[in-house]
Design a protein. Sequence first.
Length: 277
Amino acid sequence: MRKQPIVALIYDFDGTLSPGNMQEFGFIQAIGKSPKEFWQESDEIAVGQDASNILSYMKLMFDEARHSGIKLRREDFKRFGASVELFDGVKEWFGLINDYGRTKGVKVEHYINSSGLAEMIEGTAIAAEFKRIFACTFIYNEQGEAEWPGVAVDYTAKTQFIFKINKGILSIRDNKKVNESKDEDKKRVPFPHMIYFGDGETDVPCMKIVKMFGGNSIAVYNPEIKKKVNEARKLLRQNRVNFIAPADYTKGGRTYQVVCAIIDKIKADWELAKLSK
């Protein structure tokens, strides 16, 4: 048994840590479209080709950037990412929860599990807070320009990263270690030590898996959007999440209180398990 439990906080990004889709904070404006136009065209590609919604938006970004004379290098994505807005308290959240965990003798780690772009998330003010960002990426040519999708993460693909975190695997391309059998007490982050944050139906498979195996899932919502509030309540009613909370990450808010209480329980269960040996 480890000297202290590791607790993994795993976040979706768009709608969970940020109030909108990351492409809407600079990129879409740069290509001269409105968010409504961009996502409508993306959906038309997906429906017309019976294709992945994720690959469709990645193709549209690539095509529109090329048409507008915009280069898509890592640094360009990061520049767009720097403009992404965050919910109240997000910038301070990680320090608050890390400190709380430390006072309880718990090591807290943070992960992103998103269908958004890793390169844009890497440009945000909170990028350094994450042990690993699991998200979509591009492949780059010798000139450093994006030329092909490297990783496309849809709502079912997200689930593989839950199992990778469970086993302490940080590689996206790995498909061997993640499928190897391993005793529960040898897994780096047991499912009961996971807290998953999501905002909607695309997070349901991950929310359900974490909850089913003894962890906690939290549906966060923008309290200013009634549709989002209703979606969160529906997820709770359908028993797909353990808790719902507004996307307010300030100290003393409901999200903070829920996470602190979960950390308390994880530590108590850890101590009881030690006493049973």
